[in-house]
Structures are given as C-alpha cells and as structure tokens.
Design a protein. Structure first.
Length: 120
C-alpha cells in the first residue's frame, strides 16, 4: 500500500474511507476493495496512517467516468499508486485545473494524451 506525502494529501482535499465510498456507491465494502484491486478506483495510505480514496473520484453514486482508463494507462506507464495520485491532482496549465478535474469534465482523451507523453 502506497503512502502519499503531506503536500499531495493537502492537494487532494476531501477524502473518503472505504466504507464511505461503499455507502455513496450503494455497494458492499468488498466490492469497493475489488475495485481498488482492479484499479477502477485508487486509494492510498494518508500521512496519518488511514487508507482513503479521494472524494473527487466519485460523481454522485458512480465512479467518475474515464477514471479507470486513465488509471490503467498510468499504471501501464510505470506509475506507482502514490505517483498516479500526485499526477492526477497536480495542476496543469494546459488543462482546466488538474487532470482529475479534466476527467470529471469529460476531457479524458486529452488527459490520457498527456499521461502517454510522460511514458515516452
């Protein structure tokens, strides 16, 4: 389990426990844990030792559309969980905010293009 640094933790902002994610999605905790193993969601150990998922990864009772594909791409490029989290929440001047904000705004193609460029 990857632990993130305090600056990234602060950048993410609002965090949810696995139980809170399960409640919001309306699924059992075991399903959320499977989503984490399958990289459909990403969670990390926070500096305080708790394990959490960014609230920004959820839109209502669903995972943000396009997140899974971007996570797959990042991990295929060799990113660790902590590196992927940091990258998703780091502001990018050429996007409207951070990559996760662009994904939430349905701009996955552009985000994925940038992620692929990092691997080259």
């Amino acid at each position: 389990m990857a632990q993130i640094d305090p600056p990234t933790d602060a950048t993410v902002g609002h965090w949810l426990t696995v139980s809170e994610v399960a409640e919001q999605l309306g699924v059992p905790v075991s399903r959320v844990k499977q989503m984490l193993r399958d990289h459909k969601l990403l969670g990390v150990e926070r500096p305080d030792g708790s394990f959490a998922v960014p609230a920004a990864f959820l839109a209502g009772n669903q995972v943000v559309r396009g997140l899974h594909g971007t996570l797959t791409l990042l991990f295929d490029c060799g990113f660790s969980d902590a590196e992927a989290m940091r990258w998703l929440f780091t502001a990018d001047d050429s996007l409207p905010g951070s990559p996760i904000e662009a994904i939430a705004a349905h701009r996955c193609t552009e985000v994925n293009r940038r992620a692929q460029a990092l691997a080259l």
